[in-house]
Design a protein around this ligand. Structure first.
Ligand SMILES: [Zn+2]
Length: 521
């Protein structure tokens, strides 16, 4: 069974009386969002969809975490301008673009545009609002009345020893506005005493102020593992998955679970632990220091293919994505095969059909249409004087429908982007209008001449031409590698190129004959 169906069925079995499910995910908006963060968003969105398709109500909340302190400076920001904000809650940091309300809104909206493009429309909530509107007040109160028990949970689960004077809370300093630098030193009625520490963290310096403050209504922040349990209890959440890093034994999830149950006395959400989404490739990691941002990958892949990539593997398996090499054409081919399974009357791999179903951006039932192979589109795009749409119609063998044409246009658009960015050498070529000066052996010259002669007769189709080339090669003393190299050198000025028979057929016959004759002289 496809993993989405498996998990959705398991949730319903575990919550037989539940009619409405609350699903939550979040992202701390400390800068450009990495594409890896999209995996969780998509998993949650797909599970919400699967529950709805099973007749349940599913509310999907995505939190813009704008309350964490700024604890790092992304390299693409003006360091001098931004270093003063280190330690402040993110929502108080100005946006790099004045059109956005603040720093986290700017990066959050950028990420949200990718989330929406792949077909999800979660309800956006903000950590700042939930703190400020008092949603968390009663939970903060509970936490403050159980500091010893919370210290004990940390110790038992993760082995981390918190000093006896440690309180699970940080307030926003009334003097300098930082939250990452303060330490609560005691509780006095409905207030806490605190100190803003100059040297508690390496990334921000506190101002040394000492004071007392009512910590409610957004004036304080809980540490992550406690906060997570409070976030579950605040909505309250029924389903929330999380990345591998949080789910290690003795890790943050284990601690949050115990705080949720024992201190807050609330149910723990259904967990969907998921593996990392890893990106690789030299080009990717070196691009302006930003790495593989959701925005960059969202521009490289069409939404449906990106969504397909995100759900193709079970959450328990890591996804390794390197846009260099043949990754992108292979991904398109896998998508197209899944489409075949979806539309097959007797699918061989029903899971692939389900994968295709969940890859759809729109709720409407997909219309079967012609999917031109991505590598072919890439080929036509690089052939001089060729109309990709016309050529694809010829391969299809009938007129293109409206859906076919949309598909072709989309593949041309993203094919061009790929050729301009990550396509490896083997896929990129340019037919040389003037014969390149290349060094060919006598045998290679003879080989080209024989092909030219063979082409002078009746027009040969790609397959026949391919067979003919192989026949000529076998009759010559050349190894296949050297033979095909001669073809590519003569036409492209490089060692490799697209499949030869098909390539020669696509070029003007007279052009090939002239070139091969010229170079064999
Ligand atoms: Zn301060």
């Amino acid at each position: 069974m496809f993993w989405v169906d498996e998990i959705a069925d398991d949730i319903i079995a575990k919550y037989p009386d539940q009619d409405t499910f609350v699903i939550r995910d979040e992202k701390t908006l400390s800068g450009r969002v990495h594409i890896g963060s999209l995996r969780g968003v998509v998993i949650h969105g797909i599970i919400a969809q699967a529950l709805r398709e099973r007749g349940k109500k599913a509310e999907y909340y995505f939190e813009f975490n704008d309350f964490d302190p700024m604890d790092g400076l992304p390299v693409y920001l003006d360091q001098d301008k931004y270093k003063q904000y280190m330690g402040q809650p993110l929502y108080t940091v100005p946006s790099p673009d004045p059109d956005f309300k603040n720093y986290p809104e700017y990066f959050g909206e950028e990420f949200l545009s990718v989330i929406k493009a792949v077909g999800f429309d979660p309800k956006i909530i903000r950590a700042k609002d939930l703190y400020q509107n008092g949603t968390y007040n009663k939970w903060i109160e509970k936490v403050l009345t159980h500091p010893n028990e919370i210290r004990q949970i940390y110790k038992e689960v993760s082995g981390s020893e918190k000093p006896d004077d440690w309180y699970p809370l940080q307030v926003i300093c009334e003097k300098c506005g930082k939250v990452g630098t303060t330490k609560v030193t005691g509780i006095k009625g409905d207030k806490v005493t605190y100190k803003c520490m100059p040297d508690m963290v390496s990334w921000a310096q506190g101002c040394g102020h000492e004071g007392e403050i009512n910590p409610y209504d957004g004036r304080s922040k809980l540490p992550w593992k406690v906060e997570w349990a409070v976030k579950w209890s605040g909505l309250p959440v029924t389903i929330e998955g999380s990345g591998k890093d949080h789910n290690a034994a003795g890790g943050s999830h284990d601690i949050s679970v115990r705080i949720c149950k024992e201190i807050l006395e609330m149910p723990v959400p259904y967990n969907i632990p998921y593996e990392f989404f890893l990106t690789g490739g030299a080009k990717m990691s070196s691009s302006k220091g930003e790495g593989a941002t959701a925005k960059a990958i969202g521009e490289l892949l069409p939404p449906e293919i990106l969504r397909f990539l995100m759900i193709q593997k079970h959450p328990k398996r890591p996804i390794e994505f390197n846009p260099e090499g043949s990754t992108v054409p292979v991904l398109f081919d896998q998508h197209d095969k899944a489409s075949e399974q979806y539309f097959a009357s007797e699918p061989e791999i029903p899971d692939h059909g389900r994968l295709f179903h969940y890859s759809q951006i729109s709720d409407a039932k997909p219309v079967k249409h012609y999917l031109p192979r991505f590598t072919r589109v890439i080929f036509f795009l690089q052939m001089p004087h060729m109309d990709a749409e016309k050529e694809i119609a010829e391969i299809k063998g009938s007129k293109l429908t409206v859906e076919d044409k949309e598909e072709v246009a989309m593949r041309i658009k993203y094919g061009k982007k790929w050729l301009d960015s990550y396509a490896p050498e083997d896929f990129v070529f340019e037919v040389q209008e003037v014969a390149p000066s290349v060094d060919l052996s006598q045998d290679q010259k003879q080989f080209l001449l024989h092909i030219a002669e063979a082409m002078k007769g009746a027009d040969l189709k790609g397959e026949d031409l391919h067979a003919e080339i192989h026949k000529i090669r076998k009759a010559s003393p050349l190894q296949p590698r050297d033979a095909f190299q001669a073809i590519y050198l003569a036409l492209l000025g490089k060692d490799s190129g697209p499949q030869a028979g098909w390539f020669l057929e696509a070029l003007k016959k007279e052009f090939v004959i002239k070139r091969f004759t010229e170079l064999s002289a």
